[in-house]
Design a protein around this ligand. Structure first.
Ligand SMILES: *Cc1c(COP(=O)(O)O)cnc(C)c1O
Length: 369
């Protein structure tokens, strides 16, 4: 069966089985459990919830492994780091990884005695610093620079060095890229972005093919209480059915936008792995089904970027990405990433491509003025 069809039906009731196609969200803290608790599958709301089960089954289809849902992408990230690392261990992070992950490593992880090494995503730079490492964290395409690394090659190098491999698949999404099939031990993602895609939910997940690792993640979630709310999970499940449609549309429009930007005189650089000129294009083509809905580009400076954003009438100025509404922001306003003051991260939505392009062209005219 085609992957789009599998995702559309994931976690739904089997076609011939009578009953609701998807049950509504189950709000529950307390299950009635007479006698021996071991006789009951559902005992307490922090341990289990039927709404989570249907969602995790769907995420399993998306990622090609067993999935555990968390309250946010960062809760999912913390669970992987917390279950894998201990005093004396070394973690190798991408130099330009999602900023909060580096902050977590330099605060909490450092406090518990974990050392951090940073290396660039581009050119598989992390392969050079694996000696003695316990965990290799990948993010490809990286965020916001959209650098690319070769997942299979890095998995091979990391496993040879005795390290486990985690891929942050948020920017790529499980629809476009499957790190577990490429040998990664874990895939982590923020479902706040394209998986749910409507700018209204914070959620995250981890998936793995190793039963013990999945059990450790579930125990972590239960003990730390990093559980997702049933309403969010149910909405997320509802959103997943349209993910192939949404992401396919975003990829197609992003390619058009990147191509327009790459010849526009106001733009000094475009970062999009779908462009043949992108240094990671060949690798991205091999390991991704399409190149995603985020396009980063550079204007000469802060004033240009602010004039660009101020002139947009359709595209909203906002952080985050992956939603059906196009958004853009000047990334350097947050600090923390090694990027220029005119660096724009643009998240392509599902408005008509002509309208998106027209709005951007108008913005670029203002930027140049
Ligand atoms: C947003 C994001 C996260 C964190 O996810 P939250 O749902 O905001 O906690 C982690 N990694 C990447 C690449 C992200 O874009």
């Amino acid at each position: 069966m085609h992957r789009d069809t599998q995702i559309l039906n994931a976690g739904y009731r089997p076609v011939k089985e009578p009953g609701p196609m998807v049950a509504g969200p189950q709000f529950v803290s307390t299950y009635v459990t007479p006698g021996d608790p071991a006789q009951h599958r559902l005992t307490y709301g922090r341990f289990e919830n039927p709404t989570w089960q249907a969602w995790e089954e769907s995420l399993g289809v998306l990622e090609g492994g067993d999935a555990v849902s968390f309250a946010s992408g960062m809760a999912a990230t913390s669970a992987v780091l917390g279950t894998c690392l201990g005093p004396g261990d070394t973690v190798v992070l991408p130099e330009e990884s999602y900023y909060t992950i580096r902050t977590l490593a330099s605060t909490w992880l450092e406090k518990i005695g974990v050392r951090m090494r940073l290396a660039p995503t581009r050119g598989n730079g992390q392969a050079n610093v694996l000696e003695g490492a316990r965990l290799l964290w990948l993010e490809t395409p990286s965020n916001p620079h959209l650098d690319v690394c070769d997942i299979a090659a890095l998995v091979e190098a990391a496993h040879a060095a005795g390290a486990v491999v985690v891929a942050d698949n948020t920017t790529a999404t499980g629809y476009l890229q499957q790190p577990l099939a490429l040998g990664a031990d874990y895939v982590v993602a923020s479902d706040t972005k394209a998986v749910t895609g409507h700018a209204d939910i914070i959620l995250g997940h981890v998936a793995s093919r190793d039963r013990e690792r999945v059990t450790a993640l579930r125990d972590w979630r239960t003990r730390h209480g990093a559980i997702p709310g049933p309403m969010e999970v149910w909405l997320a499940h509802r959103s997943l059915a349209t993910m192939p449609l949404r992401v396919t549309c975003q990829c197609a429009y992003a390619a058009r936008l990147a191509s327009m930007l790459s010849t526009h005189p106001a733009v000094t650089a475009v970062h999009y792995p779908g462009l043949a000129t992108h240094p990671g294009h060949e690798v991205a083509k091999r390991q991704m089904r399409a190149f995603g809905g985020v396009v980063s580009f550079e204007l000469p400076g802060r004033a240009h970027a602010e004039r660009f954003l101020g002139a947009l009438r359709l595209v909203r100025e906002a952080t985050s990405f992956g939603g059906v509404h196009s958004t853009a922001e000047r990334r350097a306003r947050w600090g923390g990433d090694a990027i220029g003051d005119g660096f724009i991260r643009f998240s392509v939505g599902c408005e008509a491509a002509e309208d998106i392009l027209e709005d951007v062209e108008e913005g670029l005219r203002a930027a140049e003025a």
